[in-house]
Design a protein around this ligand. Structure first.
Ligand SMILES: Cc1ncc(COP(=O)(O)O)c(C=O)c1O
Length: 453
């Protein structure tokens, strides 16, 4: 018993506040812009699709935001989540690094996404909304929202990216079990979907346009976004706060915090409580974001104002973008197929606080299989990118003979992604990369907006 593997908190240790990093960011905040006026988008731009409670959180200038009692009650269904020391992976890699992972796959939907889904469903129910629409890539977000809507008595309508709809039929079954209606996107139910029938594999950008269009056209319906926006990142900070307490139990402080980035909410959730300490001068550590080479927003994107969706229905956001109409190849990490990233994450990459690396599909699955064969848990393809980065860091520590402490986010299990594992094990996965020509074309189609420094 001298070598603990799990660091566990009790229900009374669930954080009672979310960490709002917006107030700590270096430089003046860059507001989203109304695409018609190019003036900062205000609450009036958001009220047609979001409840006031979430809009207040989106722009809050308080360093912490209290978590409502009903949300804390829902969190008790799976929180606190465990922190593991990856002793077997360390031995397998022969590294002096100490590797820890915070496992969010224990939630009902199997990922970190319910942390914000329950907070969003609660605020919408409180505002009298009857129905939520959303998009989903891998199906993780859609299932999280379907679950959350079932807790708060809301109807839920999900536009699921075509390639994931085909690859992950049981994610659809899960959403339907929680009572949601699921459409393959691009669908013929919306103008945005009808205009994109040529892109049959779909994209997150197209699915967002469909869900926003439905929400904007119905009084009783709001839209819910699973990442990117400030309030979504805020809700996820329960992860990092718990992880900080658990790292303390383990008697270690991370040298490097690693996570995968799709829109950036999982990464922010784990990292932001630690980033606050670094920006405040109380700690020194590195932050490493891992993304797919097929959709390399942080490593290859242009730092510009762009729409959050394909049809151009959202405000313009300052971010690293591959162009709002970019349709990434149908890689299995469906949750990482988004053309942009959260403005807060992009600002921190720009400021040099967060480093980013991109990985190809086969090397990512090789890392996931190595992890599964040493630690047991089969990771979702998204956090497999983080695991690839962890292995690189652990090998670098071995080369440097250095006791590096690595903390990473294992933000979901891969139980509904086994067709992707089948394809990898059969040697059938390809390694699509984003081309320079694609970037040049995307830049030509970016909307008119002020340049970013
Ligand atoms: C398991 C998992 N990890 C990561 C992501 C990426 O999203 P984000 O960067 O917002 O955490 C998703 C998105 O669907 C996901 O399902």
């Amino acid at each position: 018993m001298s070598e603990p593997v799990k660091f566990l908190l009790s229900e009374r240790d669930i954080p009672e506040r979310w960490v709002n990093l917006l107030v700590d960011l270096p430089g003046d905040p860059l507001p989203p812009l109304n695409p018609q006026t190019l003036e900062p988008a205000g609450p009036a731009d958001l009220t047609p699709i979001f409840p006031i409670g979430l809009i207040e959180q989106e722009v809050s200038s308080e360093p912490e935001v209290a978590i409502p009692e009903q949300v804390l009650e829902a969190y008790k269904l799976w929180r606190p989540t465990p922190l593991f020391r990856a002793r077997r992976l360390e031995r397998e890699l022969g590294t002096p690094a100490r590797i820890y992972y915070k496992y969010e796959g224990v939630s009902p939907a199997g990922s970190h996404k319910p942390n914000t889904a329950v907070a969003q469903a609660y605020e919408n129910a409180r505002a009298g909304v009857k129905r939520l629409t959303t998009e989903t890539g891998a199906g993780q977000w859609g299932s999280a929202l379907a679950f959350a809507c079932s807790l708060f008595g809301l109807d839920c309508e999900v536009f699921m990216v075509g390639s994931s709809y085909d690859q992950k039929p049981y994610r659809r079954s899960m959403m339907q079990t929680w009572g949601a209606t699921v459409h393959r996107s691009p669908s013929t139910l919306t103008g945005s979907g009808r205009g994109q029938q040529a892109h049959s594999t779909g994209s997150l950008g197209i699915a967002i346009s469909e869900a926003v269009e439905v929400a904007a056209s119905r009084e009783d319906t709001n839209y819910s976004l699973g990442s990117v926006l400030n309030h979504v990142l805020l809700h996820q900070t329960v992860i990092g706060q718990e992880a900080a307490a658990q790292m303390e139990m383990a008697g270690d402080v991370p040298d490097v915090v690693i996570g995968c980035v799709g829109g950036g909410s999982n990464f922010a959730g784990l990292a932001f409580p630690f980033v606050r300490r670094v920006l405040g001068g109380q700690a020194k550590m590195r932050f490493l974001a891992a993304e797919p080479s097929a959709c390399p927003t942080l490593t290859r994107g242009a730092y510009r104002y762009d729409f959050g969706d394909t049809a151009g229905l959202t405000p313009l956001m300052p971010m690293f973008t591959l162009g709002h109409d970019f349709v990434p190849p149908p890689v299995h990490a469906g949750g990482l197929r988004y053309h942009g990233d959260a403005p807060m994450i992009c600002g921190l990459v720009r400021a040099g606080v967060i480093e980013a690396r991109a990985y190809r599909q086969n090397e990512t699955f090789a890392a996931a299989v190595r992890f599964a064969r040493s630690e047991g848990i089969i990771p979702a393809p998204e956090p497999a990118h983080a695991i690839r980065a962890v292995i690189e860091e652990a090998e670098a520590a071995r080369e440097a003979d250095e006791e590096r402490v690595i903390l990473f986010g294992l933000c979901g299990h891969g139980h509904f992604d086994l067709s992707a594992y089948d394809a990898y094990l059969a040697g059938e996965l390809d390694d699509p990369e984003f081309s320079t020509q694609e970037m040049e074309e995307a830049l030509r189609r970016l909307p008119e907006a002020p340049a970013l420094a």
